[in-house]
Design a protein around this ligand. Structure first.
Ligand code: 2HG
Ligand code: ZN
Length: 460
């Protein structure tokens, strides 16, 4: 540790695992975005809340910026450390601390991978219902910091709904114990909800009490080929009316093209501009029949042109793979990612407007649309053409994002639905939040983090 500040930290916390190894700086200094070159000062791996507090107190005294770090699966640069920060990795704080069968809560450390949380809940006959494709790598602390959404929001809501209590170390090293698992608590501002979605700019989550729920009944998965977005919205309304939905997702034929090229199996011969993957309760024959009736009805109306229903878990997984494999299948094209939301009812008009702008200005771009249509959340990935260099591609994509912001403003939408603002979308925050709102956010940050050391440069 040549840096005297790090030598001081090591002296104060002799048991703290601390590294300045160049491979570690590279690995822990970046997330799934690839635009920034990692350049942190060091990586700390605290094992206790006391150690996290001591690190923040040291950073406060030394004026060193702190980047809280989970699974680094973020797509907005929220966990990037490119400016001599100390990265506080929560990897070692990855245990279940308590389960309470009466409260139906699981108290966990923030570095637990989401999949491990799922497993721990299932061991008690319950579920933690927040779920998405990065479940194996992402960590629950990071999910809280971004208020992660995913594929089951239509039924269970975002991460926010499942956080009954939070322990947080603020930018002054203060330890807050927020809400303590209470269901009702009308004692003023709910600070827990300020922390959820704050992207590490107010403090570090060091413990979370998660609400659990009963597992849903057995389900089936249906894939539908849909000729137009207006038809897709009708299918959605009808499906919500007739079935109990667990998920309602969509992707375009371009997305299917990439996922098939990446090894997935074509589910049926029909080629269609849009596809829906929906999961619904299928506990008994009546519920299974309702799904078939829905399909027949939609076929009769001309809203769908083909479909497949799973009759085994393996088939359900194969249909899900068509949706969940999209991100991985696009990775080789170094896509520029957008993650937007509009009201569900505005989706077709918004898509029409945006696609028209893209067709007029960037007809050469392969633009892949997919996402959580049942909650108005669309992912728009622009793939990098092989013959365009990185800087030019980013400049063009930034212009696409401006077009997107204008279109979102017209439709009352948001530039980030679930991935967060981070570094990537920071220049566009002002298009979806008013000046007064941003001034309040800055004021809140100044109170929680007066030295401005908590994940500086992200979000605000
Ligand atoms: C998903 O819904 C994730 O699959 C990733 O939010 C979206 O890769 C993306 O753009
Ligand atoms: Zn998503």
């Amino acid at each position: 540790m040549n840096d005297p500040r790090l030598a001081e930290l090591s002296r104060a916390l002799p048991d703290l695992k601390l590294t300045t190894d160049s491979g570690d700086l590279e690995h822990y200094g970046r997330d799934w975005t690839r635009r920034w070159h990692p350049a942190p000062l060091a990586i700390a791996f605290p094992a206790t809340v006391d150690e996290v507090q001591a690190i923040v107190l040291w950073a406060f005294a030394e004026g060193v910026a702190v980047v809280p770090s989970g699974g680094r699966t973020g797509l907005s640069g929220g966990a990037v450390a490119a400016n001599g920060e100390i990265v506080v990795s929560l990897d070692r704080m990855n245990r279940v601390l308590a389960f309470d069968p009466i409260d139906r809560t699981l108290t966990v450390q923030p570095g637990m991978p989401l999949e491990a949380v799922h497993k721990a809940a299932r061991e008690h006959g319950l579920i933690y219902p927040v779920d998405f494709a990065a479940r194996g790598s992402c960590q629950v602390g990071g999910n809280i910091a971004t208020n992660a959404g995913g594929i089951r929001v239509i039924r269970y809501g975002n991460t926010r709904q499942w956080i009954a209590g939070l322990k947080v170390v603020t930018g002054t090293g203060e330890l807050l114990d927020l809400n303590r698992g209470l269901i009702k608590n009308a004692s003023g501002y709910d600070l827990r909800h300020l922390v959820i979605g704050s992207e590490g700019t107010l403090g570090i989550v060091v413990e979370a009490t998660l609400s659990l729920t009963s597992p849903p009944p057995p389900s089936q998965v249906m894939l539908l080929a849909v000729p137009a977005m207006d038809a897709l919205m009708r299918v959605f309304a009808e499906a919500r009316h007739r079935l109990t939905l667990g998920a309602f997702e969509f992707f375009t034929d371009r997305a299917l093209h990439h996922v098939l090229a990446h090894g997935a199996q074509r589910p049926f011969g029909e080629i269609s501009p849009y596809y829906v993957v929906t999961e619904f309760d299928a506990q008994d024959e009546a519920q299974q029949a309702a799904a078939l009736e829905l399909f027949e009805f939609c076929l009769g109306e001309g809203w769908v042109t083909d479909g497949a229903i799973s009759s085994s878990e393996a088939q359900a997984a194969a249909l899900w793979r068509l949706r969940e494999g999209i991100t991985e299948s696009l990775a080789q094209y170094r896509p520029y990612k957008n993650d937007v939301s509009v009201r569900i009812s505005s989706v077709p008009d918004f898509m029409r407007d945006m696609q028209a702008l893209l067709d007029a200005e960037y007809p050469q771009f392969d633009v892949v649309w997919f996402g959580h249509i049942g909650d108005g959340n669309l992912h728009i990935n622009v793939l990098k053409p092989a013959d365009v260099d990185d800087d030019r591609f980013v400049a063009q994509c930034e212009h696409v994002t401006k077009l997107l912001c204008d279109t979102l403003t017209r439709h009352g939408g948001s530039i980030s639905a679930e991935h967060g603002i981070g570094l990537v979308k920071k220049p566009y925050l002002g298009s979806v939040r008013s000046e007064a709102e941003i001034a309040l956010m800055r004021g809140i940050k100044a109170v929680w983090d007066p030295a401005g050391i908590m994940n500086p440069g992200k979000l605000l």
